[in-house]
Design a protein around this ligand. Structure first.
Ligand code: FUB
Length: 327
């Protein structure tokens, strides 16, 4: 069929436009944004919370929750996706955007909360709590994109299983010990730990409570060693450190306990940092280029506990391994 040249050009242009629109919409990942560390809050162009700091090769990655600009202040943390950031020098950072979201999970529809990620055998594993009741895992060849849910179901599910997984199985935190054994810690109010198989997507053995000695007298959820949520585990020297939030609202903060075994029992030590009134406390500690850093969130920019901003500070230790609390 003969078509006039103009019409053919027009059809070609429309076809190219359609291909471009299709490729843009099939990739929900937003464009990277570069920014400088201008002091705290570290991340200012987007509300972020629950930072998990991980060093993979020569870069530091931050996996965070993403508090929405249009969040319903009366809802119970209505987040829908997660961001990942990276840096090689702590001065210049890249926001790789919303790299994973509820749309990528067939079995969850709300509350994309505090995540963690870890690398094993060249692959990256992203762990995420949803719906205040389930924890899933996704795998990728890259630390910043391409994550897929390999199971099509949660790794941890509270449904009919509360006695084992605790009343609110959220906030996964991963740890791989020097002998290669992987552990996943999780839970709000009732901390839990379970070993993972080498494939990182199957549990190995039983889910056990995490025992923290010395917090028995704390019955209020504001202050002291009372157990709130947000576990984070790291090893320094011969000690395993178990950091967590001791509750909610103004007097609460990140506190920690120590043990010589990743399964505990841990002994309660004290505050990692003074309370900053964030509403929730959740953070991570990691070593990068010979120094140690704590990442946490505040409500400094928005004044709202539902629109938080991630901070970063260096921390130091006493000669016997205790954390010198951040003021
Ligand atoms: O960000 C949503 C929830 O608030 C997290 O899962 C908790 O740790 C607390 O920060």
């Amino acid at each position: 069929m003969f078509l006039p040249l103009r019409l053919r050009r027009c059809i070609t242009l429309i076809a190219m436009l359609l291909v471009t629109i299709a490729s843009l919409s099939s990739c929900h990942k937003s464009a990277d944004i570069e920014f400088k560390n201008n002091g705290n809050p570290l991340i200012r162009h987007v509300f972020t919370a629950d930072p998990s700091a991980r060093v993979f090769d020569d870069a530091l990655y931050l996996y965070t929750s993403h508090d929405r600009d249009d969040t319903d202040q009366n809802a119970h943390f209505d987040m829908t996706d997660w961001h990942v950031f990276s840096t090689k020098d702590l001065a210049t950072w890249t926001d790789h955007g919303a790299f994973f979201s509820l749309d990528d999970i067939s079995w969850a529809s709300k509350q994309a909360w505090a995540p963690d990620a870890i690398k094993r055998n060249g692959k990256y594993y992203f762990y995420y709590p949803v719906e205040q009741a389930k924890i899933g895992v996704a795998i990728s060849e890259s630390p910043v994109s391409g994550f897929k849910d390999p199971l099509g179901k949660p790794l941890i599910d509270k449904t009919g299983n509360e006695d084992v997984v605790g009343q609110e199985p959220i906030d996964p935190a991963l740890f791989i010990d020097d002998d290669g054994q992987a552990y996943m810690y999780f839970g709000c109010r009732s901390p839990r730990v379970v070993k993972l198989k080498d494939n990182m997507i199957e549990l190995e053995g039983n889910i056990e409570p995490v025992q923290i000695n010395g917090i028995e007298q704390y019955t209020e959820k504001t202050g002291g060693g009372w157990y709130g949520e947000g576990p984070w585990i790291f090893k320094r020297g011969e000690y395993y450190y178990y950091m967590y939030s001791n509750g909610w609202e103004k007097d609460t903060t990140l506190v920690y306990a120590m043990a010589k075994n990743p399964l505990g029992p841990f002994d309660y030590i004290g505050e990692v940092m003074v309370p900053i009134g964030a509403g929730t406390s959740h953070g991570s500690i990691t070593q990068f280029n010979d120094k140690w850093y704590v990442f946490y969130h505040s409500r400094e920019l928005s004044k709202s506990a539902k629109q938080r901003s991630v901070h970063m500070d260096e921390i130091t230790f006493t000669s016997d391994g205790k954390i010198i609390p951040l003021i």
